[in-house]
Ligand binder design. Sequence first.
Ligand code: NAP
Length: 197
Amino acid sequence: MNQKRPRIGVMGGTFDPIHNGHLVAASEVADAFQLDEVIFVPTGVPWHKKAVSSAEHRYLMTVIATAANPSFTVSRVDVDRPGVTYTIDTLEEVAKTYPNADLFFISGADAIAQILVWKDIEKIWPLATFVAVSRPGHVLELPDTEQAAIEVLEVPALAISSTAVRARVTAGKPIWYLVPDGVVQYIAKHELYGADN
Ligand code: NAP
């Protein structure tokens, strides 16, 4: 019997914090590429920077934000793997769980624009199609390569950014409707980003 191969999105990001732009982006990519499921994968230790919050806080906020959508799940693979997070390890682990699936690695355009310097890039190409989601008006310079499938999707809701959300919290400004309600409450409860209750 010829069964259809599952099409799985792997949404990689630091998610510090996850915001509605990320959720709209995942939903738009799922629609455009006819994905069966999107797995959100918060990074453990990001490769090039220090996350402001712990991996556990970022993982839990991602779970809260995605809980209502039956097509969204969250994976701990990067949070639980010791050391710096490399996408080669993320994709190899997801591929083990879904050996017969077509994988679509989704991330921010600025992150994917740097892909040529990622660890083991030659091994990464065959594992997934790469989907770079960009902010409106963002001019994207993608690497010049014929080895990879890189798709670009502009997502207006990505006018929201994690940096701006953190800055608003620190300044005591509201973040309602920029992030899911449960994430607003989680940030306040745990006093993340200098939140003052
Ligand atoms: P980043 O440098 O923090 O983000 C770059 C830009 O992309 C920011 O504007 C960010 O906006 C946006 N962005 C990040 N993830 C996004 C997502 N899933 N959807 C929409 N926009 C997103 O990038 P990062 O979060 O550290 O890394 C992104 C992914 O690339 C992670 O899975 C990471 O592990 C992977 N990566 C791998 C390597 C490697 O293997 N060597 C190197 C770098 C990154 P927000 O701040 O609003 O999210």
